[in-house]
Design a protein around this ligand. Sequence first.
Ligand code: ATP
Length: 189
Amino acid sequence: MVLIVLSGPSGAGKSTLLKKLFAEFPDKFGFSVSHTTRSPRGGEVDGKDYHFTTQENFADLVSTNSFLEHATYAGNSYGTSLKAVEDVESVGRHCILDIEMEGVKQVKTSGRAAKFIFVRPPSLEILEERLRGRGSDKEEAIQKRLRQARNELEYAEGGVHDITIINDNVEEAYSQLKSYILEIIGETQ
Ligand SMILES: Nc1ncnc2c1ncn2[C@@H]1O[C@H](COP(=O)(O)OP(=O)(O)OP(=O)(O)O)[C@@H](O)[C@H]1O
């Protein structure tokens, strides 16, 4: 099984592309279930949406090197455990992680083999338009995402990913993503 790590600035189109991939290949890929110390929101199911966990248990998992990557956002910790990846692989699916730069760095140093795909927008101006178009963020959050996008793009300049996909036309970007992924999992269409 191949561990596939997708990253890129917020708003670059990762979810859009992955949605297409899961729709076309419903049985080939899976997302791992992350651990989090945040409280469940309405309708979220433990073990399905997240493994909801205490800060203490989360710290234990960190100290036993049980996470492939983990980070803290807005006071809550999130992580992908090695076991969560194995759970996806045990049912015969390739695990896909949709994570940000710090997580990518951790997977890289974990020693676990993976393929790294970077999804980027054609320009920061277009990224800004898309973030506004998505309508899910306030102005302050958009500015924060744009600042972070610069960091992600700079990191990617170092040639740390196996492939960079520019999401200009979504169908073209999807076609590139699909052919690369089918190639690395050893399937051709
Ligand atoms: N090629 C494209 N052309 C125009 N709009 C696009 C394209 N790809 C995605 N979008 C739009 O851009 C917005 C951001 O896309 P999406 O939510 O998939 O990004 P993301 O990388 O998953 O972001 P996040 O990391 O914040 O979850 C969405 O409104 C989406 O419909």
